[in-house]
Structure formats: C-alpha cells, structure tokens
Design a protein around this ligand. Sequence first.
Ligand SMILES: Cc1cc2nc3c(=O)[nH]c(=O)nc-3n(C[C@H](O)[C@H](O)[C@H](O)COP(=O)(O)OP(=O)(O)OC[C@H]3O[C@@H](n4cnc5c(N)ncnc54)[C@H](O)[C@@H]3O)c2cc1C
Length: 377
Amino acid sequence: MGTHLEARRLNSLADYWPVVVIGAGPAGCLAAREIARRGVRVLLVERDSFPRHKVCGCCLNFRGREALRKAGLNDLLENADAQELRSLQWSIGSRSVTLPLRGGVSISRERMDWDLMKAAIDVGVVLQDRCSAEPGEEFPNHRLVHLQNLQGKRQISAGLVLVCDGLSSRSGKPVIQENSRIGLGTILPSSSKYAESNKLWMNVSKSGYLGIVHLEDGRLALAAAADRSAIREFGSPGQFAMELLRSARQPIPESLEYAQWQGTAPLTRKNQIAEGRLFRLGDAAGYIEPFTGEGMAWALTAACAVVPLAITPWLPEHRVAWNRIYREKIADSQRKCRLAAKLLRSPVCVSGLVGISKIVPGIAARIVRQLHPVGSN
Ligand SMILES: Cc1cc2nc3c(=O)[nH]c(=O)nc-3n(C[C@H](O)[C@H](O)[C@H](O)COP(=O)(O)OP(=O)(O)OC[C@H]3O[C@@H](n4cnc5c(N)ncnc54)[C@H](O)[C@@H]3O)c2cc1C
C-alpha cells in the first residue's frame, strides 16, 4: 500500500488558503479532491498517519459507489478488490434469515481512505498529516484555523473551512442523544467459520448489534453499536461481541477472544451544519446509529454536493444554501435510518421481521432492504 507520507513542517505552510479541509476520511478527501480539481488551492489536515483503520462496518452502498463514479473514481473499488455483497443474513435469538443484496461492496477503511487521500494529492491537494486542526474565529475576509503537531503550533487563515473530522468533532454545538449507543470495531484474520465472502452477517440483540463482513484480503471486519450499560455489564467489547453472537446462535471466530477493539464517541448526534465561512460534512455534521450502513455514502454525497459553494467566493447566503442542500441530499435519507435505529431497539420488532421473512420472503426482503439499504438499488 505504500509508505508514510513525509510530515510537512508547519512553518512551511502558506498563511492563507482559499479552502482548508479538516479530517481526511471519505468526506474530507473527496471534498478536497473535487474542489482542487476545479483549480482552487486546498489544504487537507489530518490528525492520524495513513493508512489507518477506523471503526466501521466497511460496507459501501450503491449511493456511495455512485458518488465515487460521478467523481471519476470508478476504478478505486475495483483496483482495491472490493468484495461485492450478495447476501445479508439477519439473526436474532433462534431466528435467522438470509436475503439477497445487490449494489454494495465491502472494503477496508485502511485501503479506501488511503486511496481517496492519494487521489486528492494527485490533483494538487496539499496534505498536512499527523496534525490536529480546530476552526478558530471568523473575520470579515477569512476564518482562522489552529494547527498543532509534534513540532508545535501554527495559525493559518482560510476563505472557507470544511469540518470533516468525524464523530470526534469538538467544534460547533454537537448535541448527543441521551441514550446514544457507542460504536465498536475490530479486524480479525480470516476464519473458517465465516468462509463465505460476499455476505454480510447482521446479529441483533436487545443491547446492540454486530455486523461481520469479509474484506478484500479475506480478513473479517466486525463492527457493533452497543449500549454503554451492556459493555459495563459484560466487562469488555470482546465479551459483549461473544455474548451477542451466542445469543444469535452464530459461530464465534477463532481469534475473537484476543481481538483489539477500538471504540467511538456516542453515535447519535446533531451539529450545526454551517457557520460563517465554515461548513460541516460527514459525521461531523451529525450521525445516527449505523445499522443501515450508509455513513460513508452520506459523507461522499455531501463531499460532492459542497463543491459548487466551496469554489465560489464566500457570501453570507452560503450558510442558508448549505443547510438547504444538506437537508435535501442527506437529512432526508437519514430520517429512514433514524426509524430503523428506533425499530431495532425493539427485539420483538426485529424478531417479528425475521419471522415474517421466513414465511413471505419477497415482501420481507423489500422491507429489510428499505431498512438496510447496504446494497439495494
Ligand atoms: C460501528 C460502526 C459501523 C459502521 N458501519 C458502516 C458501514 O458499514 N458503512 C458505512 O457507509 N458507514 C458505516 N459507518 C459510518 C462511517 O464509518 C462514517 O459515517 C464515515 O466514516 C464518515 O466519514 P467522515 O469522513 O465524515 O469521518 P471519518 O471517516 O471519521 O474521518 C474523520 C477524519 O478526521 C480526522 N480527525 C479527527 N479530528 C481531527 C482534527 N481535530 N484535526 C485533523 N483531523 C482530525 C480523523 O483522524 C479521521 O481520519 C459505521 C460507523 C460505526 C461507528
């Protein structure tokens, strides 16, 4: 996959950038690339060093693929050997059903985010990695951005700041839902117990759910949304996952016991979409539990949608415009996800749905596809 990119010295950066993008996940990388492709100078600031994994179910649905296609990045998934997802197994308690899926793929976040970052650099985006950024005060002609890395601190200014720093975003006024679940994830070596590639296993219990999918190199990505009280009760994410798999009568991958888990901040949240000379995109703009596996598609769709505003000199009306565009392109499809998340809090509902699926697979497949559009088109 390549080696680390050289850390740029903070004091070698220009004082002013027309666009500064904070965070190099799917939202940040694609937005930076699409803006730079239109001839605007873009600085992309990323806290981590790539390639890196992040907590994610690693399923990209057809809307996410469509956003990549529109950006001319058709080959990215194929070159990475992304796996087509052809079936979804839903399991709860003793009930289990397998339904067809189409249009979605699985791909590791190490690979996808790294390839997106390289695609951005290829069109002239300047990357400052291993550097943390926070938006600062707004002035009539610019907004400050505070940068910090191991070498020190630096302040630069930007015509527009795109905040794409994910769930850890501290800027704005994030409002976190009280009983919000947290995200958990790990990557395991391939397992004979989960030999079928092209399949997504979703296991549901009253305290959360756990998805398992094959990655392009045969490893397994496990990602869960869990009640915080359940993690306390079981003592660790690994125990929670094993208990969930047992309750759904599913096999436990050999190496699960020794897995290193990563966690996230509470998932369900809202944030301000726009401020003066600042737009939020992706998880930084708000997030809902990931059952429907759409977060990357929302991030990529928002990245494409922001371009016309980002390449136009700033006008105060842009705040209203970004709120409207965001509502039309993203918030409407998030409503369905919110409904799914609510239904999934009721094991009786899920169990009923799985039961119906067995009796009337055609109708149930349609309902499940609506709730879980990882692969539908
Ligand atoms: C358990 C779970 C399962 C999921 N499963 C799926 C799935 O199957 N399919 C799907 O589409 N989505 C899924 N998602 C959602 C998906 O992971 C996110 O919606 C998606 O990553 C959002 O992209 P983003 O670019 O907004 O943020 P991120 O991908 O989180 O990227 C943000 C980047 O910003 C960087 N950053 C953070 N703070 C700073 C800072 N101060 N300065 C500089 N850089 C910073 C981070 O290092 C990171 O690289 C899942 C999420 C969870 C929690």
